[in-house]
Design a protein around this ligand. Structure first.
Ligand SMILES: Cc1ncc(COP(=O)(O)O)c(C=O)c1O
Length: 478
């Protein structure tokens, strides 16, 4: 059998320190059940500073908002705010919790895709910024503001940017092409929305193209100039999130994986994924079609450099977007979620059973389910770590799929077959690293009445080098 491709994750020293403390991990699982999510928030500072440095290089006014939808724990929100970030909230509970944590309303923005009356009223009363998506939202905000006898701070979400002569589709936002006439009619030539106080423009793009983000920013800067001629001062343009991060150590492994997957699905080698799934690739009429539909787990341009590429793009007048924004006095905002959580979390699970399926493949059943570590893309592509309770026990190398507790054939935690130095035993631990961004919470559910996983914050500031149970604080946010 050909060797399985490996995908070695980038890890941090705290992860290895913890993995060296099997005793503590066992105690934590004993106490909280399996799986547990462990967060160590120190590295958020480094992630934040990478962005800050880019803005400071240009002396560009900026404000960063942590998109808390990427992870529900209060601990990461608290850390983001302590670093000086605002918080981007996407629901009533996300918003209210931030207020309850003592985060000032002026540091909160609301980009929720659906804003009910309760949320709108709370935000208006507190004076936070609402990012509006459509005319109905404008009407509801106007109505609530009138009733409350207050004004509402608003930004408009814009979409439909022109890239290479075609329009970028998004279900979100006001279409750029018709936005001018919308504001003329409803704001400049009417009092219809006189309780809405315009502050700025916003976009968030699907995918990870710097070119598309540059062109969107450039078109928003032009729009802000047109609006200012009519009397609307744009204080900021918010470029949203979707800033890439890099999960993998080696480009060569990523390339090899891609090659081996192609070979496997045209039957040139044995399968490397469950049921020989193509993860977006497929064979049709003997040809290989489609593309890998996973997050680009290895990439060379990420975080600060990704942002730099957007801001240093030159517009048609030959000046960079950073210079353009500066000359207009416009603050640039952004809402990173995933990339702020790079190296911040891991998920620990316990082996429940091992068995061979009817194809002869090893399945390692874990005490967790697919929603407790589910990627929005076709798979999560990082090799996990296995902590053997008895390291000295003999065992043969094994190739396995990790399976979960839901009654679905597709509850396979990683679609990739993983090569292990030996088959785990019942009770051994499997650790998935770098799961804090979206993997832990975004899709989690409690079908079969399984409880949701416990989220722990590993508090390193406690003066004691020995890792102890008492350092792990339950975030308790179900
Ligand atoms: C409006 C908005 N802002 C920010 C983000 C965060 O994006 P990311 O976590 O990719 O940085 C999202 C993600 O969906 C979003 O919808």
């Amino acid at each position: 059998m050909a060797r399985l491709p490996t995908l070695t994750p980038i890890t941090s020293s705290w992860m290895h320190e913890l993995m060296d403390e099997r005793r503590v991990l066992n105690q934590l699982l004993e106490k909280h059940g399996s799986p547990i999510n462990i967060h160590q928030t120190d590295l958020m500072q480094k992630n934040f500073e990478l962005y800050l440095r880019v803005f400071e290089e240009e002396g560009l006014k900026n404000k960063l908002f942590f998109a808390r939808k990427a992870n529900k724990t209060k601990g990461v929100v608290r850390k983001a705010h302590a670093l000086g970030m605002g918080i981007d909230t996407a629901s009533y509970r996300e918003y209210m919790q931030c207020l309850e944590m003592g985060i000032p309303a002026s540091d909160l923005i609301v980009t929720a895709a659906v804003k009910n009356r309760e949320l709108i009223e709370k935000v208006i009363k507190n004076g936070s910024l609402l990012v509006l998506d459509n005319e109905d939202e404008c009407l509801q905000v106007q109505e609530s503001a009138e009733e409350l006898g207050k004004n509402a701070n608003i930004a408009f979400r814009i979409s439909g940017f022109i890239v290479r002569e075609s329009k970028l589709y998004s279900r979100f936002g006001f279409d750029l092409e018709t936005f001018g006439s919308f504001v003329d009619e409803n704001f400049f030539n009417s009092n219809k929305f006189d309780h809405l106080i315009y502050k700025g423009l916003h976009f968030h793009l699907n995918g990870y193209s710097t070119e598309e983000r540059s062109l969107a920013l450039s078109q928003c800067l032009e729009l802000s100039e047109q609006l200012s001629l009519k009397g609307f001062k744009t204080e900021f343009i918010d470029i949203g999130g979707g800033i890439l991060m890099n999960y993998l150590k080696y480009e060569t492994e990523w390339d090899n994986f891609s090659l081996q997957l192609r070979r496997a699905i045209i039957n040139r080698r044995d399968p490397i994924t469950f049921e020989n799934q193509g993860l977006g690739l497929q064979v049709f009429g003997g040809s290989l079609l489609g593309e890998l539909k996973t997050y680009p787990f290895w990439n060379y341009l990420f975080k600060g450099d990704f942002l730099r590429k957007i801001l240093y793009h030159k517009n048609s007048s030959g000046i960079t977007l950073a210079q353009h924004a500066k000359s207009l006095g416009v603050e640039i905002r952004m809402e990173p979620g995933r990339s702020m959580l790079d190296q911040v979390g891991l998920t620990v699970s316990r082996v429940a059973f091992r068995k061979k399926d009817s194809r002869g493949d090893w399945l390692v059943g874990l005490e967790m389910n697919m929603t407790q570590m589910l990627s929005g893309s076709a798979d999560f592509m990082l090799d996990p770590f296995v902590l053997y309770q008895n390291e000295d026990a003999e065992g043969e190398a094994a190739e396995v799929y990790f399976t979960g507790a839901y009654c679905l054939e597709r509850d396979v935690l990683l679609k990739r077959k993983i090569a292990l130095q030996k088959l785990p035993q019942v009770g051994d631990l499997v650790i998935f690293v770098n799961t804090a961004g979206y993997m832990m919470h975004f899709f989690e559910s409690s079908a079969h009445l399984f409880p949701l996983a416990t989220n722990l914050i590993w508090n390193r500031s406690i003066e004691n080098s020995k890792i102890d149970l008492a350092h792990f604080q339950n975030d308790d946010n179900h």
